[in-house]
Design a protein around this ligand. Structure first.
Ligand code: G3I
Length: 304
């Protein structure tokens, strides 16, 4: 095949994806590019807790249904995103400090959202994250960070959440996902150790996602990161790739690192065009503000 997804799959990989939601799918140029170059979609915001259950027990699926229906009618795979996170969760959740209450809230949220799209999701990414001003779940030294989840349950919230996800959608690949797993650093080693601890109790986590929001020149550790994560024996996914400046060298370094690692099964860039990127001022994506492919796009195709 041609296009990013076709070339990527010719190496035996599952799909090359992008994030999207109605705001981007409704842009004609974006829809055309996704149809030709991408094999999978991650909902950029529409499956997050604040978008789906902002009021307790009242579920809103308009945004996520639109994404899922678009993906299904265009033959794209879907990566769920996300059940458990520290941010974009409403205060009615973060204010719970009772174990039994938080457990039933977690179960209801995951089973309702997971059940609605059961059978349609390829790889879910329950981000491990925390409440408060900081972001995701692991500290940079690899330890478990404070969050409503860890404060109430300790580390056991990971196995709990994955257990509910497994019940809701037994065939989905369940991923844990974090940022700054960009080299074989302390956080990467903490992730490897965490996954081994959790999976010592059975087949709970199927894969590890490394987001890879990189700075310019920041791709040098990607290969070592993928090797370390793959040492768990689990599948590995690059889930949110974007690189400030989008140099051809940085992008091809990451893509070659993935292709050199047989466990690196999917690669998702976090958007199509710089115009719609969460960090658009750094021009981190493969299509420019006018939806024209950049030099790095051609370089990546050639590298594959
Ligand atoms: O929907 C509201 C809209 O009603 C309101 O008028 C507007 C005013 O600011 O905000 C809109 O919500 C925004 C939402 O995106 C939808 O556009 C939020 O403010 C904004 O914070 C949110 O940003 C998203 C961010 O996650 C939130 O944490 C980005 O689009 C999204 O790309 C980004 O993605 C995250 C991944 O999920 C997890 N990993 C890190 C990555 C980058 O931060």
């Amino acid at each position: 095949g041609s296009g990013l997804n076709g070339k990527f799959k010719s190496h035996g990989r599952v799909f090359w994806g992008t994030c999207a939601d109605s705001n981007t799918l409704n842009i004609g140029q974006i829809a055309t590019i996704i149809k030709s170059d991408f094999g999978g979609l991650t909902p950029e915001n529409s499956m997050k807790w604040d978008a789906t259950e902002n009021t307790q027990g009242v579920f809103t699926f308009s945004g996520s249904d639109a994404l899922v229906n678009w993906a299904v009618s265009n033959g794209k795979m879907i990566r769920g995103h996300n059940f458990i996170w520290h941010t974009q969760i409403p205060s009615w959740v973060t204010s719970i400090n009772n174990k039994a209450t938080l457990q039933s809230v977690m179960q209801k949220h995951i089973s309702t959202l997971g059940g609605r799209y059961a059978g349609k999701i390829y790889g879910r990414t329950p981000n491990r994250m925390l409440i408060g001003t900081d972001s995701e779940i692991l500290n940079e030294d690899g330890s478990l960070r404070s969050s409503v989840w860890s404060n109430v349950f300790g580390e056991s919230f990971v196995a709990l959440a994955f257990g509910y996800a497994r019940q809701a959608d037994p065939h989905a690949k369940l991923y844990i996902n974090d940022y700054n797993l960009d080299s074989n650093n302390a956080k990467t080693q903490g992730m490897v150790a965490l996954v081994k601890r959790v999976n010592s109790g059975g087949n709970i986590i199927d894969g590890i996602g490394t987001q890879m929001h990189l700075g310019a020149g920041g791709a040098g550790g990607a290969s070592a990161a993928l090797t370390a994560l793959a040492s768990t024996g689990l599948d590995v996914a690059i889930t949110e790739l974007d690189i400030a400046g989008a140099s051809s060298n940085d992008y091809t370094t990451v893509v070659k690192a993935c292709l050199a690692q047989p466990k690196c099964v999917t690669l998702t860039t976090w958007g199509v065009s710089d115009a719609n990127s969460w960090r658009s001022s750094t021009n981190p994506l493969l299509w420019d503000n006018n939806y024209k492919p950049k030099a790095a796009y051609t370089a990546v195709l050639n590298a594959m």
